[in-house]
Ligand binder design. Structure first.
Ligand SMILES: Nc1nc(=O)c2c([nH]1)NC[C@@H]1CN(c3ccc(C(=O)N[C@@H](CCC(=O)O)C(=O)O)cc3)CN21
Ligand SMILES: CC(C)C(=O)C(=O)O
Ligand SMILES: [Mg+2]
Length: 258
């Protein structure tokens, strides 16, 4: 059955929501067939697949390209797409046009936007236009150059209070869900209890309404640094390397083709 923002909202309090990133049709199919609820075309495509160091160089064109590939798999999982660096910060027309491309041209069914309470007015207007918005708080990787490093949020009471205020403001703005990244687990739990919309965590402890991981981290395929919170559930990297080695040896030994 097709997952929608409506069916996701109803899962809160019923069972944990499962989300992963996907950047192409093959992975979207595997993830969706496994029963994943949401496939996110994350701007992490930049550092995990495209060889960039951060998510900052990822453009709207790139996200549209990867989202269209995911959409061609026709997954049952909801297709969400990241709004890339900068796009949500010009004016309303620019961010609406970005979301219009993602939904109309690429086939996304929801967008994810990094930002706290200050993003709430923009999100309220997008929701009014029919754009389902997943609001992303806590660590916002698009802020890396401003932050200097990836750091945990909500570790003191001022930060914890401001995260809770962000969550409440974004729920009020009409976000269909929250994503909370790299935050103190107790704060993530408190936020999950305080809002009616689902809270999906990454590096935010076990007491959220769902979890998300970058698929290459959980399959053992990430080429570079893997965050400590990610758990590896399979070693697809080792299997792929073994497959390439077997092929190389078979060709060199004239055993393939037979
Ligand atoms: N492969 C990959 N996995 C991800 O989860 C991911 C990306 N890339 N790229 C986009 C963002 C960036 N993310 C990151 C990147 C670094 C840390 C990190 O340095 N974490 C430290 C803890 C830092 C602290 O506690 O202050 C760690 O050891 O996990 C966390 C999340 C999450 N996202
Ligand atoms: C890490 C997740 C939440 C993300 O935003 C991405 O993959 O880009
Ligand atoms: Mg992202």
């Amino acid at each position: 059955m097709k997952t929608t923002v409506h069916t996701l909202r109803k899962l809160k309090g019923q069972r944990p929501i499962v989300a992963v990133t996907a950047y192409d049709a093959i992975i979207a199919r595997f993830a969706s067939d496994a029963g994943v609820d949401i496939v996110l075309v994350g701007d992490s495509v930049g550092n995990v697949l495209l060889g960039f160091d951060t998510t900052v160089p990822v453009t709207l064109d790139m996200i549209c390209h990867h989202t269209a590939a995911v959409a061609r798999a026709k997954p049952n999982a909801l297709i969400a797409a990241d709004v890339p660096f900068g796009e949500a910060h010009y004016d309303f027309e620019k961010v609406l046009r970005a979301c219009q491309r993602l939904l109309q041209e690429a086939g996304a069914e929801a967008v994810k936007i990094e930002g706290g309470a200050s993003m709430a007015p923009t999100i309220a207007r997008l929701v009014e236009a029919g754009v389902p918005v997943w609001a992303h708080i806590g660590l916002q990787p698009q802020q890396i150059h401003a932050l200097g490093r990836y750091k945990k949020f909500g570790t003191n009471s001022a930060e914890a209070d401001s995260l809770l205020a962000d969550a409440v403001a974004l729920e009020k703005a009409g976000a269909f869900a929250l994503l909370i990244e790299l935050t103190d687990a107790a704060v993530a739990q408190k936020i999950s209890a305080a809002v009616k919309i689902p809270v999906i965590g990454i590096g935010a402890g076990p007491n959220c309404d769902g979890q998300i991981l970058v698929y290459t981290d959980l399959l053992g395929l990430t080429p570079g640094y893997v965050p400590a919170f990610a758990k590896q559930f399979a070693d697809a990297g080792a299997q792929m390397k073994a497959g390439f080695t077997a092929y190389t040896e078979a060709v060199r030994a004239r055993k393939f083709p037979e």
